[in-house]
Design a protein around this ligand. Structure first.
Ligand code: OSB
Ligand code: MG
Length: 369
């Protein structure tokens, strides 16, 4: 199969509420959407890189460059036998997993439509709905935090993740734990601590957390192993795990006991599935992380979260948790039992609303072979 054209859209979507992490605060989500054309079919993908290099070195700017100047010209010349081809085609490019993963997602969508199979089925998923949690940004005050948690719990979210940073952790976690003694709760530091901060992180052991996500720098695998040895709470790595090799190193070193799998961070769904397999063999629980995706990326995350090793609720919330307006129809909704239904239609199984995408597009470029 040859591709007839590829369009990149840089969109800037307003968030319902600002999202604050240890690295900063955003009011809009910038992301690149990709549309692949092949005959009468269209495949959509989403690249999770953000506008600034705070979570990883990739940005919408670097991803645009890698897609436009390297991946897209090669993709338009290639006779595709499947999304798997992308690995061979892009093996010479160092890094830039988010750019690759965006293109891979669109190839999977196209492939599923051509074969009339859902992405979930193509990946070997087993469920048609997945339990989900919500990731709550750092709030202006503990009162505000308690109100926010209460709102999401009332909506039916099954577990809550609190963003933390130095000085904004023990008081916050204690308050939420006291108000919600039974709530499955976890925290995410986005690499804000150093090994010297172990004493404050050890205080979190008292609150029965499911896990502490990425306390230290992404390169600090050795330090994470030293920290894990001092903590009862499992460490979960996010930013540190950029491939199945990183996952193997981290597990062999004892740097974590849980892994957050984000296909966008590891170069795509195939690499994500390899990490899932490795963790399953070792009895390590995994869950699907999120990057404030639109409905396009969310559909892809939901599909991989149906694999059997995804035993913890994902950062896969309903569309209305993030955006005033969703770019797909219908938006993803939270079911009363705290799950989200996984689309069963061909490919990603969502209807993309180009009219809405265009309203939020700040840069667009179309390429043909
Ligand atoms: O570290 O998991 C993270 C959002 C953007 C970048 C990094 C992270 C996050 C989240 C939000 O925690 C997860 C979601 O999409 O709900
Ligand atoms: Mg994280």
């Amino acid at each position: 199969m040859y591709l007839d054209g590829i369009t990149l859209f840089l969109i800037r979507l307003p968030l319902k509420a600002p999202f604050e992490t240890s690295t900063g605060r955003i009011t809009h989500r910038e992301a690149i959407l990709l549309r692949l054309e092949a005959g009468s079919l269209e495949g959509w993908g989403e690249c999770v890189a953000g506008s600034v290099p705070d979570y990883s070195y990739e940005t919408t700017g670097t991803a645009w460059h890698v897609l436009r100047d390297l991946l897209i010209p090669a993709a338009l010349r290639h006779d595709w036998q499947g999304p798997e081809d992308l690995q061979r085609l892009s093996a010479w490019i160092r890094g830039h997993p988010m750019a690759r993963a965006g293109l891979e997602m669109a190839l999977w969508d196209l492939w599923g439509q051509q074969k009339n199979r859902s992405l979930r089925d193509l990946l070997g998923g087993e469920r048609d709905q997945v339990p989900v949690g919500v990731s709550i940004g750092i709030q202006p005050s503990i009162e505000e935090l308690l109100r926010t948690v209460e709102g999401f719990v009332a909506q039916g979210y099954r577990r809550v993740k609190l963003k933390i940073k130095p000085g904004r952790e023990v008081g916050e976690v204690r308050a939420v734990r006291e108000a919600f003694p039974e709530l499955p709760l976890q925290v995410d530091a986005n690499a804000a601590y150093r090994l010297e901060d172990a004493p404050v992180l050890k205080e979190l052991d008292a609150f029965d957390l499911l896990l502490i996500e990425q306390p230290l720098d992404e390169d600090d695998l050795l330090e994470h192993a030293r920290l894990q040895a001092q903590l009862r709470t499992p460490i979960c790595l996010d930013e540190s795990i950029k491939s199945a090799r990183h996952a193997r190193w981290a597990l062999e070193m004892g740097a974590c006991r849980v892994i957050n799998i984000k296909p966008g961070r590891v170069g795509g769904l195939l690499e994500a599935r390899r990490i899932h397999e490795l963790c399953q063999q070792r009895g390590v629980p995994v869950w699907c992380g999120g990057m404030l995706e639109t409905g396009i990326g969310r559909a892809s995350n939901l599909a991989i979260a149906t694999l059997p090793g995804f035993t913890l609720p994902g950062d896969l919330s309903a569309s209305d948790r993030y955006y005033v307006e969703e770019v797909i129809d219908p938006p993803f909704a939270l079911e009363p039992d705290g799950t989200i239904r996984v689309p069963g239609g061909p490919g990603l199984g969502v209807t993309v609303r180009l009219d809405r995408i265009l309203r939020y597009t700040i840069r667009m470029e179309r390429f043909t072979g």
